[in-house]
Design a protein around this ligand. Structure first.
Ligand SMILES: Nc1ncnc2c1ncn2[C@@H]1O[C@H](COP(=O)(O)OP(=O)(O)OP(=O)(O)O)[C@@H](O)[C@H]1O
Length: 282
């Protein structure tokens, strides 16, 4: 990698490979560089290795080979305690939100600070005032200021994902890893959440890798799209270059045609529902 690239690179994956104990080659020799501020969408069919890639980056899954270099630190080589420290630099957002249901919205956001407070403080859930101010600022940013004292289990799916975003940001991360953030949401809420994520990353120059099932959503919002198939990168480019040929390469002809028909049917159904609603309103 040329030096100037390395300076600009926030995350560099070199030959990243994962073979599970079962013998599944989930990721094969993936080499990618993500510069500061870039938002990259990861697409590919089920089983292509998207989640494995995201989980190898923060070592929730141990890579079998390769490097994960986060601004000069190779995370793969770190021992447990140093890895724990370095993980603070990576914020995670999950499909199922993984909130603590019985805690309030505020407490969930503050839990993003746990990596920074001493154990006794986290045990007593005593956070310094600066953390509390930060959590309020973040709740305001994601539009949930008035929900701060509600229990997490009283929120809608979209609101829960907003809490998930605020919690990840409370960590003050340098990189965001986002695993199917909208998979449990309806199309409209999905677009709102994706827009919020993109805006927040842009405001902070925060690079992100977003594992995203929905191709049109990826095309609408991502700056760069990486397509995985059977653990290998088969497309890497801007959304404009993600044409029929590229999509066929990623998904295979049969699956891509089925997905496209599904999308068209959904768009038709949405347009039809809108027309009916407008007719009733008149
Ligand atoms: N814990 C595991 N043990 C063994 N094999 C696994 C494990 N997790 C994933 N795999 C296998 O690794 C491959 C990649 O799976 P992965 O979940 O990363 O794909 P994905 O692209 O995220 O799929 P999806 O879109 O369905 O979530 C698959 O063949 C899967 O069966």
């Amino acid at each position: 990698m040329p030096l100037f690239w390395k300076d600009a690179a926030m995350l560099h994956l070199e030959g990243l490979t994962k073979t599970y104990k079962t013998g599944d080659a989930a990721l094969s020799d993936v080499t990618l560089t993500i510069p500061k501020g870039q938002i990259m969408g990861l697409i590919g069919p089920s089983g292509a290795g998207k989640s494995t890639m995201i989980r190898c980056i923060n070592r929730l899954v141990e890579p079998s080979a390769g490097q994960v270099v986060l601004s000069d630190v190779d995370l793969v080589r770190l021992g447990k305690s140093e890895l724990r420290r370095q993980r603070r630099r990576i914020g995670m957002i999950f499909q199922e939100y993984s909130l603590v249901e019985r805690l309030t919205v505020m407490e969930n956001v503050l839990s993003g600070r746990l990596g920074y407070v001493p154990f006794w403080r986290s045990f007593l859930r005593k956070y310094p005032p600066s953390d509390i101010q930060l959590a309020y600022r973040l709740l305001d940013r994601v539009g949930l200021m008035d929900q701060a004292d509600k229990r997490a289990d009283a929120l809608s799916g979209g609101q829960r994902q907003r809490v998930g975003i605020a919690r990840a940001l409370a960590q003050e991360p340098e990189l965001l890893l986002v695993d199917e953030p909208t998979a449990s949401l309806d199309p409209k809420t999905s677009r709102q959440i994706m827009r919020l994520l993109i805006e927040i990353c842009a405001e902070r120059g925060l690079p992100a890798i977003i594992n995203i099932h929905d191709v049109p959503l990826a095309q609408q919002f991502m700056q760069r799209i990486v397509g995985l198939r059977a653990g290998r990168v088969v497309f890497d480019g801007p959304p404009e270059q993600l044409n029929e040929a590229a999509l066929t390469e990623i998904y295979g002809a049969e699956d891509w045609n089925a997905m496209r028909r599904g999308d068209e049917e959904q768009a038709d159904a949405e347009a039809d529902a809108k027309r009916r609603l407008e007719a009733i309103a008149v």
